[in-house]
Structures are given as structure tokens and as C-alpha cells.
Design a protein around this ligand. Sequence first.
Ligand SMILES: CCCCCCCCCC/C=C\C/C=C/C(=O)SCCNC(=O)CCNC(=O)[C@H](O)C(C)(C)COP(=O)(O)OP(=O)(O)OC[C@H]1O[C@@H](n2cnc3c(N)ncnc32)[C@H](O)[C@@H]1OP(=O)(O)O
Ligand code: FAD
Length: 593
Amino acid sequence: MEHAPKAIDVTNDVEMRTFNFFTMGIDGHPLGLHLDMAIPTILNNADEEQQKDWLPKAANREFIATYAQTEMGHGTNLKKLETTATYDPKTQEFVLNSPTITSTKWWPGNLGKSSNYAVVMAQLYTQGKCHGAHPFFVQLRDLNTHKPLKGITVGDIGPKFGMNTVDNGFLQFDHVRTPRRSMFMKHAKVLPDGRYVPPVHDKLNYSAMVFIRAAIVSGMAYHLLVTSTIAVRYSAIRRQGEITPGAGEVKVLDYQTQQHRIFPQLARGLAFRLSGQYIMKLYTQTMDDIRNGDISAVPDLHALSCGLKAVTTHHAALGLEQCRMACGGHGYSQASGFPLHYSVAVGACTYEGENMVMLLQTARHLMKIAKAIRAGQSPKSNKIVDYLFHKGPPKCLIDQAYDTNYRNVLESFEHLARRQTLEVYDKLVQLQQQGRNYEQAWNDCAVELCKATRAHVRTFLARTFVEEIDKISDLSIKSVLQDLLQLYLYYEVTECATGLLEDGFMTGQQHKYAKKKIYEALEKIRPNAVSIVDSFDFQDRELHSVLGRRDGNVYENLLKWAQSSPLNKTDVLPFHHKYLGKMMEEARQRSKI
Ligand SMILES: CCCCCCCCCC/C=C\C/C=C/C(=O)SCCNC(=O)CCNC(=O)[C@H](O)C(C)(C)COP(=O)(O)OP(=O)(O)OC[C@H]1O[C@@H](n2cnc3c(N)ncnc32)[C@H](O)[C@@H]1OP(=O)(O)O
Ligand SMILES: Cc1cc2nc3c(=O)[nH]c(=O)nc-3n(C[C@H](O)[C@H](O)[C@H](O)COP(=O)(O)OP(=O)(O)OC[C@H]3O[C@@H](n4cnc5c(N)ncnc54)[C@H](O)[C@@H]3O)c2cc1C
């Protein structure tokens, strides 16, 4: 090819690759899973020899690989995946098989038509024993003809809620043989004679999922900032109705309700961006530690990535919908870009770990901490959870005259997370003392466990936002961002007010104070709103939106967009006379009778 693309940067510059991933093909592209699940799997799960063989080819795009884990019958419960990989010591090969219809791999992105390789998660059997789900690097299609290899049935799963430029696919194996060394062998191994060597931590095989969960946090920030940009810009040109009778129609952005709908999404987008940077640094550091034999940070990374992924995807889905609704009828048009952004972002509530399941994973971590607290143990030096061990003020102080660096607001979030965590732990213990087994007690506390995770993640997001804004030295930028921070914090206070009022920690008067601070922040943000979103410097092609155009020429371009529709290629559609025209003619004839 004349301008062959240079090899992908597969170093751990994950921050840039993540952002590229989420911006390159907003609704997905043929290399999406190759870039951000297959390559991280090779980086973190292939041994040196395998990396030498596979990584340069992957970086050079000599093949396209996807990540085939989910099956028609199982996505969440990996222990029950049915695809098998049975080791044959005679030939030193694994035999991959899909024993049931429900074992059909189902959903993997780019599997249907683009990929010729896949990371396949299969239950590993050797010497008659199952060792659980392990990843294998398997060729699916001939590199020249692109035809499926013998024993492989593969195709696209058909149209979906969105992301229909991604060929999510299905895959079945009929006793397909693959060399022993197609098993990723950095952590677990199967020796030529079939002996199984276990990994130092049995979840290291899951690192690619952890990467995407961490990346999704920035992905959600991206979606919220993009859609807030569209909504702010459109609201700044759309005039509808008067505030002062006779003074002329106002920009809808001048309505307080419009500001209350859009600006919190802007603030959350920033908060998620800052936490997204934190979690990606933690991921990179943890992967480096693992390479040096230190797995101590694995549980913290898992717990934080699960919680952040669940909370940010849920809030992004809600926030994108608010931005859409704030743009009236034109917000409902494909021309707005909202259907595209929403259908992609909301998928992240499901993929990479369904949100309820992710919240409960973080809750497992919190319950261990609650147990240590109840046992009187002292905190580990871990800023993410240390606050749970602290006492905190008995009453809310958010309306005190001076709240340096929002310490009183942060302590309110900490209070709620601490109370929720310890109360649900105590309930777990109580139910077991009443005779329920742990698993039943866990299920009977699951809703409250999820609330504990949300409160913990809210505390993390808020603290990170405060700390990062505090580091800014440019006072003019800092002042604008502090308005968004004020809005974010007091908006979150009102969002969790039930929990703060429930035990009398916060008073009704303080809740009113929080609302006052929200309205104050809305007023301060309004004059800077367009400049704030312009500063993100999104290109019009990224926004995919006539409403969000930087030049603000919405109406002319809306008409142009409509006129470009294939439906408008002719004034009278070919089928008109055959159906509607004929129907009306016959009706007129009948009415003459
Ligand atoms: C983003 C918007 C922009 C988009 C633009 C582009 C759009 C395209 C985007 C597409 C991107 C990606 C495509 C999607 C890919 C996928 O969906 S891949 C498949 C994802 N599937 C999952 O996430 C499965 C979810 N299930 C699980 O992860 C596990 O089953 C679960 C964690 C729920 C349970 O694990 P089990 O093995 O059953 O273990 P369990 O008994 O619960 O826990 C045991 C123990 O292990 C610890 N644990 C579990 N997982 C991990 C981990 N990953 N790392 C570290 N530790 C882990 C767990 O905490 C327990 O520890 P404990 O000490 O016993 O508590
Ligand atoms: C757009 C998109 C892209 C995807 N890309 C890929 C990919 O590239 N590779 C891949 O392998 N997979 C991919 N997936 C699959 C995705 O990972 C799974 O859909 C996801 O893990 C959920 O599994 P499931 O669909 O089987 O739902 P299930 O696990 O059947 O869960 C269904 C519902 O049951 C509830 N539930 C399930 N388990 C529990 C529990 N333990 N506790 C409480 N509630 C529970 C939840 O409400 C859940 O929504 C993709 C999915 C989508 C939508």
C-alpha cells in the first residue's frame, strides 16, 4: 500500500491508545478488539517467546485478532463457560470444541467477518482434570483466502441496538486442533507431558478485561464531554420563548432548567476524565509490578476498576440522555449525533462486565475491609480505602463558613460510604447468625452492597476531582474549573441526600444549602459555558453532529443534511404510484360512486 500505516504503538502508552480507541471509530472499527483486548492479552499473558512471535505481527497488523470469551449461554459467569480445550499429549496439541449450542462464542467484536485470529477463553482440561478458563491464541481464518479453517463455523450475529459498524460475531469449534504453545503461557502452563503449572494468581488471565474496564472510565468522560459540547453549543444558538415578556426570545441556555440538565454532565465528564487517568496509571503500574513478580495491587485494581466502570457508564448513559432531551426535536434526529453516541456509550453498561456484577465485585473488597474494621485492625496505607477506617465528624459540616478544599463535603461522602459499608456488613453477619449461609445472606444484601460500592466510588471520584483541581497553577483556568467542581460536589450531595439525611447526619437546612450552591454554580458557569466546551477542541467530525458544529450554522446545515437523504433524491418516490397513489386514486373513485 502506498501509505501503509506504521506499526501500532503497543508499548504501555495505554492512555493515548485508549483515547484513540474511543475516538478513532466512535461506533467501532475492525481493529477495535485487536488494539485493546488482543494486544493487551499478548502483552500481559504471553511468555517471552510467544511475545517475540506474536507482538510484532500484531503491531504490524499482519493479522486481526479479537477477544472471544462470551458465549451464547454465559457472559458473566466465567466459571461456567462451556468451550473446552483438551490437551492431547500424544500430539502435544489442544483440541478446542463447542460441545453445546450455548457454548457458541457470541458477541466478540470484529469476530463475524474481520478477524482471522482470536484470543479464545476455554475451560482447560489436561490429564483428565479441568483447570478453569484459560486464554488461547487461535487462528480462525486462512490468512490468504480469509475462509474459516477446518472445524470452524463463524459469522456475524446480526443487527444490534447500536454499533452496527462492528461485526460482533459467533464462533463454533468442532474438535479443532491447535498447538500446545497456542495457550498463553506467561502465568499458567501445560508442559509437553500434560502436567499443569498453575499461575501465581488465578485471575491474571483476566487482565485484558481489567484494561478495558479502566479504559471505559475515560471513554465515558469522552462521551459526556462530547455530548455536553453538542448540547451547550446548540442551546447557545437555539432561541425559544421569552423570559421577560416583550424582550425577545432567549437562548434556551439561559433557562435555569437547561443549565441544570446539561452542566452537571459537563462536570461529571471532567470528574471521570481525572479518575480515568488515575485508574489507567494504576493499571499500567500494576501490570509492571506483575511483570516483576509483585501481585499485591491486583485486588485493589480489580475493585476500583469494577466500581468506576459501573458508576461512570451508568451516569454517562443517564447524562447523554439528558443532553439529548435538552435539545428538543432536533436532538432526536440522527443529525444530532446523540443516537450514535448514546448507543455506543450505553453498551458499556453491559460489556466488559455487566454493571450489577461489577458493583458486587467491588463490594466483595469492601466487605473484607469492613471485617478488618470490625476486628479493630488498623488501616493499610491505601488512600483509596483508608478513610473507611477513620471516624469522621458526627455531623455534616458542609454549610460551615470555610470549607477549605471542600473537606466538609468530602467527609460527607466518606461518612455515607463508611456507614453504608459497615451497616451492610453487619447485616451480612446478622443474617448468617440467623442461619442463612454466606451466599444466601450475600444475595439478600445485594442491593445494599451495590449502594455501598456506589458511595465508595462517589467518594473516590470527588476526592480525585478536588485533588487534581488543587494542583492547577493557572488561576484563570483554575477559577473556571472550580465552578464546575462546586457544581459537581453539591450536585452529588443532592444525588445522595437520602443516605445523608437517613441517619440525621445532614439536616434539611444543609440540603437546602447544597441546592443553593448548585444554583450559584450554574450562574457562574453560564457565561463561560461555550468557551469551556470549545476548549475541548473536538473536531466536527468527532461530534458527528449538525447541532454541535463549531461554526454554529445549525439551520442551514440541518436542511442540507436532510436534503442529502437518499429519500430526497427524487421528488416522487418510485413506489408512490404503485401503492399510495393507487390507494388514493381508488379511494377517490369509490367516493364518486
Ligand atoms: C466505552 C465507550 C466508547 C466506546 C467506543 C468503542 C466501542 C467498542 C467497545 C468495545 C470494547 C470492548 C468489547 C467488550 C468486550 C467484552 O465484553 S469481553 C468479555 C467481558 N466479560 C466480563 O467482564 C465477564 C464478567 N465476569 C467476570 O469477570 C468474572 O466472572 C467475575 C469477576 C464476575 C467473577 O469471577 P470468578 O472467576 O467467578 O470469581 P469470583 O468467585 O467471583 O471471584 C474470585 C476472586 O477473584 C477475584 N477476581 C475476579 N476477577 C478478577 C480480576 N479481573 N482481577 C483480579 N481479581 C479478580 C475476585 O475479587 C475474588 O477475589 P476474593 O478475594 O475471593 O473476593
Ligand atoms: C456491544 C457489546 C460488545 C461486546 N463485545 C464482546 C467482546 O468483544 N468479547 C466478548 O467476549 N464479549 C463481548 N460482549 C459480551 C459481554 O461481555 C456480555 O454481554 C456481558 O459480559 C454480560 O454477559 P451476558 O450478556 O451473558 O449477560 P448475563 O451474564 O446472562 O447476565 C444477564 C443479566 O443477569 C443479571 N446477572 C447476571 N449475573 C449476575 C450476578 N452474579 N449477580 C447479579 N445479577 C446478575 C444482570 O442483570 C445481567 O444484566 C459484548 C457485549 C456487548 C453488548
